[in-house]
Design a protein around this ligand. Structure first.
Ligand code: PLP
Length: 421
């Protein structure tokens, strides 16, 4: 059959390097052609979209990948081998994106599934202990808390603004077997020192499981430098794909890590005659051992297109652009005396996630009515950026706050500072 090709992502090279984009203390450099990238996300012209920490809007390359899949399915009832070949191409792209081999990448359903696969693959027994961070994402925590059924304990260490190896060290004892944590927190934008925790795990002989759902696609990830045994993620935030597709990196040197569930594709030599036998149950030497049955093929093809887009822009450029937007947001919040709930310093914060100390019950509906998409979080309103955001989006937010209720905004600063004390 005729294979239709997708439009190649345009080059998003830097167009303006010297001019200032707006007049303020903060300097936002044009790291890439943001206006051109923005045109790939039509939804962001219909509203002020500051909610990529929830999900990113659909972009044209992802939509085209889905459309191609639907067209092919309509016309040919499914060129499955073509689709499976594209799956392997996407696996290679994911692997390169994370700096690992394709044999170390599995496709899953979402972060929760990846975390559950990881938790259940660890060789843990009664009395063993896993360390986690209190208040980290529940989709990571429950995967490990469920191991209590097998007599495995979870100890939560406090969440502080900075979490690194030293935060965990004094909690490790002779029953500690693993640490599991997020790279970036969803509710206040902490960016933890994953590499130092990875080194601690190597030093102490612990397994290390990392949830990168909030960071991936914005923060560059070097899986080997993290020292992780497993890394799990979904793809509907920085990786731009609709919900229902997840990723799992497995350090292929850790061959003792085996799946709790088994399917034909998990095997090294699936039976050609499709008859299951106890004699051929050796596991695939690849991360395929953790995969189960058929795949979310349209989403996987869309992921390939999304990674092409991210690579055309450059992940470092996306990170730097979001950091600049964050500096600008902080400066504008300071003008209004509105506190930031999470870390302020670039070295401790995520580039793209900021929680303003505006009580959600008082502000969420107002922002919605003002055409501004943000998320409610534990301690305020979360503003989160994507590659398409511009300073004008932040100006709209600030103007909306100014228009409404300046005295209440000031009160929010006091609340934030007392929470951090
Ligand atoms: C850190 C983190 N992990 C996991 C998830 C989501 O889990 P899942 O992909 O299973 O829906 C989120 C947010 O949606 C998150 O922020």
């Amino acid at each position: 059959m005729k294979q239709t090709s997708l439009t190649q992502p345009p080059a998003f090279g830097r167009r303006i390097a010297s001019s200032r984009l707006f007049e303020t203390e903060t300097r936002v450099v044009q790291h890439y052609d943001v206006a051109a990238v923005r045109r790939e996300f039509p939804a962001v012209e219909n509203m002020v979209y500051l909610d990529s920490g929830f999900q990113t809007p659909l972009c044209r390359p992802v939509k085209q990948a889905y459309e191609r899949f639907l067209r092919e399915g309509f016309e040919t009832a499914g060129p499955k081998q073509v689709w499976l070949n594209r799956l392997e191409e996407t696996r290679e792209k994911v692997a390169t994106f994370l700096g690992v081999g394709p044999q170390e990448i599995a496709f899953t359903k979402n972060t929760s599934e990846s975390m559950n696969i990881a938790a259940n693959a660890l060789p843990l027994s009664v009395g063993d202990k896993v360390l986690m961070i209190e208040g980290d994402h529940p989709n990571n925590a429950y995967a490990f808390l469920n191991l209590r059924r097998r007599g495995v304990g979870v100890e939560f260490i406090p969440m502080t603004e900075v979490v690194n190896a030293e935060s965990f060290r004094s909690h490790i004892d002779d029953r500690t077997r693993a640490i599991s944590m997020s790279q970036v927190t969803f509710h206040a934008g902490h960016r933890f020192d994953i590499a130092s925790v990875g080194r601690l795990c190597a030093e102490k002989g612990l397994y290390f499981v990392v949830d990168v759902m909030q960071g991936i696609g914005v923060v560059p990830i070097e899986a080997k430098a993290m020292g992780a045994s497993f890394i799990g993620s979904g793809t509907h935030k920085g990786l731009l794909v609709p919900q229902g597709l997840g990723l799992l990196y497995w350090n292929a040197a850790l061959t003792e890590l085996e799946p709790d569930y088994l399917a034909t594709i998990s095997l090294a030599e699936p039976p050609a005659d499709f008859i299951a036998r106890v004699g051929n149950m050796a596991l695939a030497p690849t991360a395929g051992r953790f995969e189960l049955g058929n795949f979310n093929l349209p989403a996987i093809q869309a992921l390939g297109a999304a990674i092409d887009l991210i690579n055309a822009i450059g992940i470092e450029n996306i990170q730097n652009h979001c950091f600049d937007l964050g500096d600008y947001l902080i400066e504008r919040l300071d003008e209004l005396d509105i506190g930031l709930v999470g870390p302020r310093e670039r070295r401790h914060r995520a580039p793209h996630i900021y929680v303003t100390a505006l009580p959600a019950d008082h502000w969420l509906e107002y922002f919605k009515q003002s055409g501004i998409r943000v998320s409610p979080e534990r301690d305020g309103i979360r503003v989160s950026f994507g590659m398409f955001n511009v300073t004008a989006d932040i100006d709209h937010l600030i103007e909306a706050i100014r228009r409404r209720d300046v005295p209440l905004a000031s009160a929010a600063r006091t609340t934030a500072l007392s929470k951090l004390a």
